[in-house]
Design a protein. Structure first.
Length: 99
C-alpha cells in the first residue's frame, strides 16, 4: 500500500495542519494566513513528485487551477511547457508531434 501524500510535509517550517492545507487546496477556505491556493500549488510543484500531485487532483481541478495565467507565473520553461502540454492534452486538443 502506498504512503499517503501529506501537504504539511512541504510546509515543514510552518505550523499548518494537514486539514488546513487540504481545505486551502480544495477551496473550502480562500486563504491560510498569508498563503493562497496559487502559492500552495507552486510549492507543490517545487517540492512534490508529479505522480503524487496527480493522485491528489483530478482533470477538472487541473484545468480550473492550472490556467495559462497561473502557468506563466512559474519558474522554468520546461515546467511551463510540460504543464501547458498536459493542459492541452486534458482539454482534448490535437497536439503536433513535429517541431
Amino acid at each position: 500500500m502506498s504512503e499517503t501524500v501529506e501537504l504539511k510535509k512541504i510546509y515543514w517550517e510552518y505550523n499548518y495542519s494537514e486539514n488546513e492545507l487540504q481545505e486551502l487546496l480544495y477551496g473550502s477556505i480562500e486563504q491560510l494566513g498569508g498563503l493562497k491556493r496559487n502559492d500552495l500549488l507552486r510549492r507543490m510543484l517545487d517540492y512534490m513528485n508529479w505522480f503524487d500531485i496527480a493522485k491528489m487532483i483530478d482533470r477538472d481541478f487541473f484545468l480550473n487551477n492550472f490556467t495559462p495565467e497561473f502557468i506563466e507565473t512559474l519558474r522554468g520553461d520546461d515546467l511551463k511547457r510540460g504543464l501547458t502540454f498536459v493542459r492541452e492534452f486534458l482539454r482534448g486538443k490535437t497536439l503536433s508531434s513535429a517541431r
